[in-house]
Design a protein around this ligand. Structure first.
Ligand SMILES: Nc1nc2c(c(=O)[nH]1)N[C@H]1C(S)=C(S)[C@@H](COP(=O)(O)O)O[C@H]1N2
Ligand SMILES: [Mo]
Length: 399
């Protein structure tokens, strides 16, 4: 084993960006980086365009320097080819049905807003495939960098209150969610997701129509979307038009084939009614963090400090600690944590490292949840490229 000081000089001796990338220092493989273009959808700031049809746009890192992600910078993810058409609030209604409700019903947006108690939650919406572009070996799918996520204050009504109005039968197993977007000339099956009934009946599972105090942007699900705090973004169905309580597992492509993981690979909760195949659906997010104050390859003047700041989050236990290392993980120091905005929210962290001697450093940040789960040193490979929470290694040069 190398000592940390010889590791440091080893890193300092590396000349080319290619050699650094080979060690995992670049944020994305070279090809993926070269393809990054910024583009502003109507109502949005310029975001990193991954695909245009369907619209898949990633949030640039600088917007994670505040714990709440601005609506105009919030990432956009769609599955069905074509651009989802804006919906008029007056034309929209939500149907609540299924074989496990007593009384099917339909609600307008006005009814939803007026007849139910308001509720809100601050929660991270992160795509299961966030950081897929960093997978080694490479896996197919949208090659996301680090910005297929965002944190917002979501406001709306509780799904459980809406379900209660329709009457929940005791045989209810899953709640099936469908949005207004459809692949009209598309071969892709309609995007329909389900969640376990106990998750649907939690206080913090919402039908939201506001994001950070404003109506949901079209691209993030206007006029209403599902919020499932702690669970990955795939369950947060946008432009929600149908909620069905069912006594049988939902078996469409998006539940049975996509968004699945090898069984038992992660210690996340099990979606028990969906265990009819050798694999299992993804559920909650794994603990993770993002350094927002440094870019790999950055130079810092000697005598100054190296600011290590960023955000950390997990699947809902809340962040317990973020530790920072400047010696390839040889030693770790606890960062200060920012204000607690709730267990589903981003938690800010900060630590200043001294930039004493000229040379190269590898800065790492490692988050641990209150569940005891910690970010991993090595990728837990899975074929669809989900749950990337490898500790970042940022190469910083003191000059
Ligand atoms: N109607 C609809 N809802 C959807 C999707 C979709 O394709 N259609 N994609 C899901 C996925 S996979 C993610 S990660 C989140 C992304 O939310 P955002 O686009 O608001 O950032 O929306 C979810 N809800
Ligand atoms: Mo996603």
């Amino acid at each position: 084993m190398r000592s940390s000081s010889s590791r440091r000089s080893f890193v300092a001796g590396l000349a080319s960006a290619g050699a650094l990338a080979a060690l995992g220092f670049s944020e994305l493989p070279d090809g993926a980086l070269a393809e990054q273009t910024l583009y502003a959808l109507p109502g949005k700031l310029p975001l990193i365009r991954k695909t245009f049809r369907p619209p898949n746009f990633e949030t640039p890192v600088e917007y994670f320097r505040t714990p709440i992600t601005p609506n105009r910078a919030f990432f956009v993810r769609y599955h069905l080819a074509g651009i989802p058409q804006p919906i008029k609030a007056d034309d929209w209604s939500l149907s609540v049905a299924g074989d496990s409700v007593e009384r099917p019903l339909k609600l307008t947006l006005q009814q939803l807003k007026k007849e139910f108690e308001p509720a809100q939650v601050t929660a991270v919406n992160q795509c299961s495939g966030n950081r897929r572009g960093l997978f080694e070996p490479h896996v197919p799918g949208v090659e996301w960098g680090v910005g297929a996520m965002g944190n917002a204050v979501w406001r709306g009504v509780r799904l459980k209150d809406v379900l209660a109005r329709a009457g929940v039968r005791s045989n209810a197993l899953e709640v099936v969610l469908d949005g207004a977007d459809q692949g009209a000339i598309d071969k892709t099956p309609d995007f329909v997701k389900s969640i376990p009934v106990d998750v649907a009946l939690r206080d913090e599972t919402l039908i939201a129509f506001e994001m950070n105090g404003a109506p949901l942007p079209h691209w993030n699900g206007f006029p209403a979307r599902l919020i499932v705090p702690g669970w990955t973004g795939t369950y947060w169905v946008k432009h929600l038009v149908s909620v069905k309580l069912t006594s049988t597992p939902e078996k469409n492509f998006w539940m049975s084939t996509a968004y699945r993981l090898p069984r038992g690979l992660f210690k996340t909760p099990t979606f028990t009614s969906q265990l009819y195949a050798p694999n299992e659906p993804i559920t909650t997010m794994v603990v993770n963090s993002l350094v927002t104050s440094l870019r790999s390859g950055q130079q810092v003047p000697r005598g100054k400090t190296i600011p290590v700041r960023g955000v950390a989050w997990d699947g809902g236990s809340g962040i317990d600690a973020v530790e920072v290392s400047a010696d390839f993980g040889g030693s770790w120091q606890r960062a200060r944590l920012g204000k607690d905005l709730g267990r589903y929210s981003f938690r800010e962290f900060a630590l200043d490292l001294p930039a004493r001697e000229p040379g190269a450093l590898v800065v790492m940040a490692r988050a641990t949840g209150k569940s005891g789960e910690t970010q991993v040193n090595r990728l837990i490979f899975n074929p669809a490229g989900y749950h990337h929470n490898v500790i970042q290694r940022l190469y910083v040069e003191v000059v």
